[in-house]
Design a protein around this ligand. Structure first.
Ligand SMILES: *[C@@H]1O[C@H](CO)[C@@H](O)[C@H](O)[C@H]1NC(C)=O
Ligand SMILES: *[C@@H]1O[C@H](CO)[C@@H](O)[C@H](O)[C@H]1NC(C)=O
Length: 395
């Protein structure tokens, strides 16, 4: 049974590491090469290049090149636009595919007027794009007499709403508390999506862009961080996305493992067959020679036989001595950037046991690395031999 299990695991590694493209795994042959980055005009900055999950729909691109709800369009002035449900059309100023941020403004260059037309409606929950923070402001329209009644007044006049004899400004208060408020009228309430606190003076002059973020599809940021391309698996048959066309310089971890396995597996199979026949021979001899029952003979002997036959496998007690941790519900990992087990390529989930090889600190699912180390005394990622190191330490 043990042998069968090991065989199964090796076959599983081989088949799955070669054939299954993982999320953000390595390149595969099903790359939809017709999903190319799009632009509204040839002098667009890279920050406005459109790629998955976004797609410019009034361009000739197959619909599976974009994720539902991420449609963009170009107007006849080559401006990149997005139509947010119930909020209207905004100009897309910048897309950050790694931080999953979308920076928007008013296509007519007067964001306060645009926000005013929304009557204070919130951006939250209207589309796949949501603000990190949203702040309430009120816009006031005051005559020049109001402003001249102050020696010093620190308000930013909003140019695109103001005239020669009056000025419009935004205030976080819903009434004018100082000065002669009869010289002012309230224009309305606006909600301003604000990205981060370091732009704290932005909302009052409303000259910056508003920032929205998206979280679905989630996986693409990892892919863009590695300079890969993100897209639908199966041409959008379902909403599963994958990463492909990762740069070839420097093999990805799964590729290294696949190659390592390609060399290790035949060796492992040969050793397993040898062990199998040795054990069979021992059982045969024991049961036919002495009066010991086969089951006990197996228990007594597999250990010593394994040690003498596969010199490249590690003893269970050595494996058990390697540090083991259980993933907490917060999923804090020993190495926060390694989210996947390099052996089975599965994600580390809460409550799963992880084991680290002390000599190189590579980390794996405990059950995966335990099986691996019993067959092969080297780290599947860096191929360092922990056995050799511990022996050197003994000397
Ligand atoms: C805001 O209110 C005006 C008038 O009350 C209305 O015409 C307009 O459609 C409203 N806009 C939104 C986005 O609700
Ligand atoms: C501000 O008030 C003046 C009159 O005091 C008016 O003419 C102007 O249209 C108002 N501006 C806005 C943006 O409502």
């Amino acid at each position: 049974m043990q042998i069968l299990l090991k065989l199964k695991i090796i076959l599983y590694f081989l088949i799955f590491s070669f054939l299954t493209p993982t999320n953000c795994g390595y390149a595969n042959s099903r790359t939809p090469d017709y999903c190319l980055p799009q632009v509204c005009s040839y002098n667009e900055p890279i920050s406005r290049y459109v790629q998955f999950p976004f797609m410019i729909t009034n361009d000739s691109m197959p619909s599976f090149c974009g994720y539902p709800g991420f449609d963009l369009l170009c107007n006849n002035h080559d401006k990149l636009l997005i139509n947010l449900p119930k909020l209207g059309v905004f100009s897309v100023e910048e897309i950050n595919y790694i931080k999953q941020e979308l920076w928007l403004n008013d296509p007519n260059n007067c964001l306060p007027r645009k926000l005013l037309s929304l009557n204070g409606s919130s951006f939250v929950g209207k589309s796949l794009f949501n603000p990190v923070l949203e702040q309430d402001y009120w816009l006031f329209n005051c005559s020049n007499d109001f402003f001249s009644s102050f020696d010093y007044l620190s308000v930013e006049i909003i140019g695109c709403l103001s005239g020669k004899n009056y000025g419009v400004f935004a205030s976080p208060l819903d009434k004018i508390v100082k000065g002669n408020s009869s010289l002012c009228s309230k224009l309305g309430h606006i909600k301003v999506p604000t990205g981060s606190y370091d732009l704290k003076d932005f909302p009052l002059n409303l000259r910056g862009d508003i920032k929205l973020t998206w979280s679905q599809p989630y996986e693409c940021w990892k892919c863009y961080m590695k300079n890969g391309r993100c897209g639908f698996k199966n041409y959008g048959g379902n909403l599963d996305v994958e990463c492909f066309n990762l740069p070839r310089n420097g093999l990805s971890k799964p590729a290294i493992i696949a190659i390592a396995l390609a060399f290790a597996a035949p060796l492992g199979l040969v050793s397993i067959s040898i062990i199998y026949y040795v054990i069979k021979a021992v059982i045969y001899r024991r049961s036919h020679g002495s009066g010991v029952t086969p089951a006990i003979a197996l228990q007594d002997n597999t250990h010593t036989q394994l040690q003498s036959v596969i010199v490249h496998g590690l003893d269970r007690s050595i494996i058990e001595s390697y540090p083991k941790v259980v993933v907490g519900s917060s999923r804090r990992l020993p190495k926060p950037d390694d989210l996947h087990c390099p052996i089975c390529l599965g994600e580390y989930l809460p409550k799963e046991s992880l084991r680290t090889i002390p000599s190189c600190s590579h980390c794996f699912h405990a059950e995966c690395i335990d099986e691996w180390l019993q067959l092969n005394a080297s780290c599947p990622v860096c191929r360092n031999s922990p056995l050799r190191i511990s022996q050197n330490n003994d000397v």
